[in-house]
Write a protein that binds this ligand. Structure first.
Ligand SMILES: Nc1nc2c(ncn2[C@@H]2O[C@H](COP(=O)(O)OP(=O)(O)OP(=O)(O)O)[C@@H](O)[C@H]2O)c(=O)[nH]1
Ligand SMILES: C[S@@+](CC[C@H](N)C(=O)[O-])C[C@H]1O[C@@H](n2cnc3c(N)ncnc32)[C@H](O)[C@@H]1O
Ligand code: SF4
Ligand code: SF4
Length: 333
């Protein structure tokens, strides 16, 4: 395949790749139990792409037909000067949707700047509304800071704010109704995520903690009038809608309802590795291409086109023998 943008990137299974998740750092101010081990080693700073290199990667993807970029991490808002990357990406003429996934801890400080850079939708991770539980789940986070961040985002008038909650049986399963009520009161959407087995997390029992989307939906049906919705962001969430108000409730169900057939995305890590699938190890080093051929965007685009040719068909999380050693903070969710 050539690097002509008239032909959107297409993988070996005929899926059009129009969505890039770009990680700006693997570091984070939280240590969520399902995402990280208690003790983590992060990339040496010298190994990270510069913000200019990340912007160059974003621009190359846009020339190849990507129309949506989501910045993620680690925690994207703790990278110094990250606002300059939002502004550079926000100025790309063919980019239709610049979005952010954040833990919300620094959102109060950045909400205004994000709006100015053209971000319209923000996803904020929020697993519990109880202070003590929040501390236990995030190990280092402060719930009040996150709630303040959400307030700040709300007052900026983003067109959509979505909460993301990973539900664990013995930690927060009893809070799904409270979380939906909180979303409803604030006119946010909310997605519930089935936990995925990335990284070796020994102190947290993944099997015993697993809750399926169906279990959550059944629980919600006892409290709310809720019906399926045709709404789609192009992402993996399958949405339902509360009968009262605007709130949509999404379910991201990699285990119980595989969505890989509709995959439209790839990821780039903070060190410039193009990760072809969240649930596989295949990657291609784009930083090496940029540094070997400075200023040569065509070389970068050709490397991306070639890499899409090895995108795997799907994850195999259900196979006990497949282990993805990469932690989720490196993958970017
Ligand atoms: N298995 C799998 N999970 C994904 C994929 N994309 C997103 N997810 C999961 O969904 C979670 C939430 O993703 P978000 O960052 O909120 O993005 P999203 O739900 O795709 O975003 P929008 O639909 O654009 O709002 C991620 O952290 C992952 O756990 C994917 O391609 N494969
Ligand atoms: C890796 S975080 C990065 C962005 C930001 N730090 C945040 O928490 O929103 C992106 C998303 O991944 C989700 N996540 C992390 N580990 C996960 C796991 N093992 N299974 C499913 N989702 C996970 C988080 O809940 C979060 O919504
Ligand atoms: S889920 Fe996000 S906030 Fe939590 S540890 Fe991972 S990167 Fe940090
Ligand atoms: S697991 Fe891989 S193939 Fe499936 S939706 Fe996610 S990135 Fe796409």
């Amino acid at each position: 395949m050539s690097t002509n943008a008239a032909q959107p990137l297409t993988d070996p299974f005929g899926r059009k790749i129009t969505y890039l998740r770009l990680s700006v750092t693997d570091r984070c101010d939280f240590r969520c139990v399902y995402c990280m081990a208690e003790e983590m080693t992060f990339l040496p700073r010298a190994q990270l792409c510069t913000l200019e290199e990340l912007a160059e990667i974003g621009a190359a993807f846009c020339e190849l037909g990507v129309t949506q970029i989501r910045l993620t991490g680690g925690e994207p808002l703790i990278r110094r000067n990250v606002q300059s990357l939002f502004h550079q990406l926000g100025a790309l003429p063919s980019l239709k949707d610049l979005t952010l996934t954040t833990n919300g801890s620094h959102l109060a400080q950045y909400a205004d700047e994000l709006k100015k850079a053209g971000v319209k939708r923000i996803n904020v991770s929020l697993d519990t509304l109880q202070q003590e539980r929040f501390k236990a789940l995030s190990r280092t986070g402060d719930l009040q800071q996150v709630l303040a961040g959400l307030e700040a985002a709300k007052s900026q008038g983003f067109s959509a704010i979505k909460l993301n909650a990973v539900i664990l049986r013995n930690r927060n399963f009893d809070e799904v109704v409270d979380l939906v009520e909180y979303a409803h009161r604030n006119q946010f959407d909310i997605s519930f995520i089935e936990e995925m087995p990335l990284g070796h997390i020994s102190e947290h029992g993944r099997g015993e903690e697993f809750v399926s989307s169906e279990d959550i939906l059944n629980c919600l049906k006892q409290h709310f009038a809720i019906q399926p919705s045709g709404y789609s962001t192009g992402g993996p969430s399958r949405y339902w809608q509360l009968a009262e108000g605007q709130t949509r409730v999404g379910f991201i169900s990699p285990h119980s309802n595989n969505f890989c057939g509709d995959c439209n995305r790839v990821r780039v890590s903070a060190e410039g590795k193009l990760l072809l699938c969240l649930g596989n190890e295949h990657s291609v080093d784009l930083k090496a291409v940029i540094r070997a051929h400075p200023g040569d965007r065509e070389k970068l685009k050709q490397a991306i086109v070639d890499a899409i040719g090895i995108k795997p068909e799907r994850h195999h999380f259900e196979h006990d023998d497949v282990q993805i050693v990469r932690f989720m903070n490196t993958t970017g969710g």
